[in-house]
Design a protein around this ligand. Structure first.
Ligand SMILES: [Zn+2]
Length: 307
């Protein structure tokens, strides 16, 4: 059972729109060798995945929403290089945006014959509704931490947590003093199916970064860590930088960042989850416990690292 923040506050915001049996019937359609793939899943799956509020931009109040499967761990794989989204895969978002853009141009009669053909043959699954809505230009990135709360995920043969830690930490490089920037924290439970019920067992913590100058921040960040992780791409840089950040003691001191008015959170006490920027005494995430490394559970047995 998890106590920080109190479980009752987190489960208040959980959305359940179908029964465990319905959920299992749908997800089994997209299993290969017993492994569910959210990349392959189509609308019959996604339309049942609840859309959650993830963050509110401290600069312009725009909301960030995303579809998150809080029913089960089965589709989850937290990866450091998936920094633009939490559950949906970047590919899904990119395809959705591109298809919508082309449809808009086609409606205005601005699409060439070749592009119209391309639109008809659009490859890969494109969700009908937006899998992710960020709605402002201040978004820098989002980091996700999945915490099993010491529960062994026996329901899965294999589960890997590649997020470097179950305990959330911030990336100080994204919260400098010279550029207006913030991180907004939120949490949700993830269930598992027990005796034909969805029971909240695990916790997910999401830290969304915003800045008045997101491009400057990203450029500076990429410049600083380039080469160290064996790659030039921004994704590889992100992965390397996070592993470096883990070594900084200030990265783990969430209360300090709240005190500096850099770390804000969505207030779990309120139904509409307003943004809070203090005081430290009200901050609900100061004492989260858990493993501070990546790991794999294979048939209920814990192994360090992931494969
Ligand atoms: Zn904004």
């Amino acid at each position: 059972m998890f106590e920080s923040p109190p479980r009752s506050k987190m489960i208040r915001h959980l959305q359940i729109a179908l029964t465990p049996a319905e959920y299992q019937t749908i997800t089994q359609r997209y299993q290969r060798r017993g492994v569910f793939s959210r990349l392959k899943a189509e609308d019959d799956y996604w339309e049942h995945v609840p859309t959650y509020l993830i963050a509110r931009c401290p600069l312009c109040a725009a909301t960030y929403r995303e579809k998150l499967d809080t029913y089960n761990l089965v589709g989850w794989r937290i990866r450091l290089d998936n920094w633009k989204s939490i559950y949906v895969i970047d590919d899904n978002v990119r395809r959705f945006d591109e298809k919508k853009r082309m449809e808009r141009l086609a409606k205005q009669g601005k699409l060439s014959v070749q592009k119209l053909r391309k639109l008809k043959e659009f490859r890969g699954y494109v969700p009908k509704s937006a899998p992710q809505q960020i709605d402002c230009t201040h978004f820098v990135g989002v980091q996700t931490f999945l915490n099993l709360n010491k529960v062994v995920p026996n329901e899965l043969d294999y589960f890997s947590n590649e997020s470097e830690s179950e305990v959330p930490f911030v990336i100080p490089d994204f919260l400098p003093d010279d550029i207006e920037s913030y991180v907004v924290m939120h949490s949700l439970p993830i269930c598992r199916i027990e005796e034909n019920q969805f029971v909240p067992r695990y916790a997910m913590y999401m830290l969304t970064y915003y800045s008045a100058r997101p491009h400057w921040l990203r450029e500076r960040f990429t410049e600083r860590y380039r080469g160290g992780g064996g790659g030039e791409g921004y994704f590889l840089v992100w992965e390397y930088a996070v592993s470096q950040t883990k070594r900084l003691s200030e990265a783990w001191n969430l209360a300090m960042w709240v005190g500096k008015r850099k770390l804000l959170w969505l207030d779990l006490e309120e139904f509409d989850l307003p943004l809070r920027n203090g005081p430290v005494a009200d901050f609900p995430y100061s004492n989260i416990e858990g493993m501070r490394w990546s790991y794999t559970y294979r048939k209920g047995k814990l192994e360090p690292g992931f494969f």
